[in-house]
Design a protein around this ligand. Structure first.
Ligand SMILES: [Zn+2]
Length: 623
């Protein structure tokens, strides 16, 4: 990792506010000196992801992942270390030395640069005479120019090589354009051509606001009406939400997101003041998208046309309740407590038949739209309505019995007990059955349906570190005096049994003056970084540094004498075996025996090593 000077890395790390950086991806709430939220790296219901702003460190006590701002961005954006450094340095306005070959890069950074260049070209074209047609279309759709600008809309000119020509002038290769999804390889002959031609373009950004893909809308009979970027190393369908970067602040303040289908629906909602709106970039939202929103808010409202609502809601609910698709019950419900708790609710707002948010807003205005949102019902309630009714229209006792079974199965899949209880009361009233009976049946089914939750990929739990070694390293990380008093007598290979702790001490010895968090970039393994981050975010009682140093000094000396004694005994035994002589003693042997005896005298012959001790602070009673 030592590609950049340590001082430069420290400058970047100190310049980046980790709460701000992580907060772009996770809703963080203050908890003591730390901030906490739901881990973006594994699925969880209760937050175990901690961020320490003072040290610039994050650590997840659920999956064990931890590190500094560089580590966070590498993991979140799948960047190489140099890419993460460059990205953060750029944000912080810190100049990096020019470099030559960038081997080991994922290539994502270069792709981002290319897509950004393309976006500038398209954006520029829209507001020039060449973009007349696209601007006329915007006007016809009622999209204000300032909204179009806020969303960075662009225009891909007619013709086969508008973008190509521009990009070649910028020294971007045709191959790179194909990889970025902006150009298409000709069939059966060489050469490439522009993917987007004569279309209004909606740039799709990631959570950091960087353009990673485009959606293109034709104006007339062009087929298809919508043409999107293909999947590229930057863009995976179903993982992003359109406008999430723009909507995030409002989603967090309102604790609610509005989820629409189309780009224009989204723009129109923002134009009417509903700036918490995002679009699904497809006809239906995915579990990954809901998981993303869930990090920021407790409620999502989606919109269905009244005609299709029952059908669509039932389909969505089925998908979300499907336990096989990655334990989907959690996607609908957030059980457990998140500082006061709360359920993640997916609601449906009904629009009149034939309407989508765009047409409805233009026809009826913002207050009517807000009213529809206010009247939104739980997605599950719609699914329940369908479960209650017989699909063949049958009535009578038999139909009621099967409806009862269908409803019970559905209720059994609802993870949140409160919501399930409310739904079962509603269903019981509709079915004309006893609510308790329905509830009991659902509970019975639930215990048989419930599959154990998948265990997250766990790094070795930091708690598995030997407590005394852990205390010692914590002390060294926190106190300069401890480093001065202990590092010289500490032999990490012999005194420490835990490899990550050894690595941390080795790093400390190389840079004894470094702030603890700065060591993050010295460590080679994820495991070591995870242990270091866990030690740094831990909110522990401050030890009496001076007393601790003395205790550890004695402990270290003793354990080192012990090892020496063992070595001495072993040498004696080996010598005896070799010479076959037990007596009379050779002078050297006698010396060794005496030395050994001295050592055993000190330790009392009791085998003790550094690993023995009670968790927490070093014992004082054994001195
Ligand atoms: Zn985690």
């Amino acid at each position: 990792m030592a590609q950049y000077a340590q001082a430069l890395l420290d400058d970047v790390r100190n310049a980046v506010d980790i709460v701000d950086l992580v907060g772009r991806f996770v809703n963080l709430r203050k908890a003591g000196v730390n901030w906490k939220g739901l881990c973006p790296f594994h699925g969880e219901k209760t937050p175990s992801f901690m961020v320490n702003p003072k040290k610039g460190i994050f650590h997840c006590f659920g999956c064990g992942v931890g590190g500094d701002v560089f580590g966070f961005l590498m993991r979140q954006d799948r960047l190489s270390f140099p890419e993460a450094v460059r990205s953060l340095a750029k944000t912080a306005g810190i100049a990096l030395p020019e470099e030559g070959a960038r081997s080991g890069d994922s290539g994502r950074e270069e792709l981002i640069r290319i897509v950004d260049l393309a976006w500038r070209f398209y954006d520029d074209t829209l507001w020039r005479p060449a973009g007349d047609r696209a601007r006329a279309y915007l006007e016809q759709r009622g999209i204000d120019a300032d909204v179009a600008k806020r969303f960075g809309l662009g225009y891909a000119p007619e013709g086969w090589d508008g973008l190509l020509t521009f990009m070649r002038s910028q020294k971007v290769t045709d191959d790179a354009l194909v990889t970025a999804g902006l150009a298409v390889q000709r069939e059966n002959r060489s050469g490439v051509y522009d993917r987007f031609r004569g279309r209004l373009l909606f740039p799709i950004r990631d959570l950091q606001g960087r353009v990673v893909a485009f959606g293109g809308r034709g104006f007339g009979d062009e087929q298809p009406k919508y043409l999107n970027s293909p999947e590229t190393p930057l863009y995976t369908k179903g993982n992003l939400l359109y406008a999430a970067d723009i909507a995030r602040p409002t989603i967090q303040t309102k604790n609610r997101a509005l989820l629409v289908e189309g780009y224009v629906d989204c723009l129109m909602a923002h134009q009417h003041g509903f700036t918490e709106t995002v679009a699904a970039l497809g006809t239906s939202f995915t579990a990954a998208q809901l998981a993303l929103l869930r990090r920021y808010c407790d409620e999502v409202v989606t919109f269905f046309d009244a005609d299709a609502a029952g059908q669509k809601a039932a389909e969505r609910a089925e998908e979300l309740l499907e336990p096989t698709s990655g334990g989907m019950a959690w996607a609908v419900n957030r059980s457990g407590s998140f500082e006061g708790g709360g359920t993640f609710r997916v609601k449906v707002a009904l629009l009149p038949a034939g309407h989508d948010p765009d047409t409805f807003l233009r026809e009826s205005g913002a207050p009517a739209f807000a009213e529809r949102i206010g009247a939104a019902r739980s997605l599950l309630a719609y699914a329940l309505d369908r479960a209650v009714v017989d699909p063949d229209g049958a009535t009578g006792a038999r139909a009621r019995t099967t409806a009862f079974a269908r409803v019970a199965v559905m209720l059994a899949k609802v993870a949140d007990a409160q919501e399930a209880a409310a739904l079962s009361r509603e269903a019981a009233a509709k079915l004309g059955v006893d609510a308790t009976q329905l509830w009991i049946e659902a509970q019975r089914l639930q215990s048989s349906l419930r599959t154990p939750p998948a265990r997250p990929q766990t790094a070795p739990a930091p708690s598995s570190t030997p407590p005394v070694e852990r205390d010692l390293v914590t002390l060294l990380l926190r106190s300069v005096e401890a480093r001065a008093g202990l590092l010289a007598i500490l032999d990490e290979t012999d005194d420490l049994g835990h490899p990550p702790l050894r690595a941390i001490v080795a790093a400390l010895k190389r840079r004894p003056d470094a702030p603890a968090e700065s060591l993050m970039t010295d460590l080679e393994t994820d495991e070591a970084r995870s242990v270091l981050s866990s030690l740094l975010v831990e909110d522990r009682e401050s030890l009496d540094v001076q007393v601790s140093i003395e205790q550890f000094q004695r402990r270290l000396e003793r354990s080192q004498r012990l090892r020496r004694a063992r070595e001495v005994s072993q040498t004696i035994a080996e010598t005896q075996a070799k010479t076959g002589v037990a007596a009379p003693m050779h002078t050297e042997l006698r010396t060794l025996h005496e030395e050994s005896a001295v050592v055993y005298g000190i330790t009392g012959g009791v085998a003790q090593s550094l690993e023995h001790g009670t968790p927490g602070s070093p014992r004082s009673s054994d001195e």
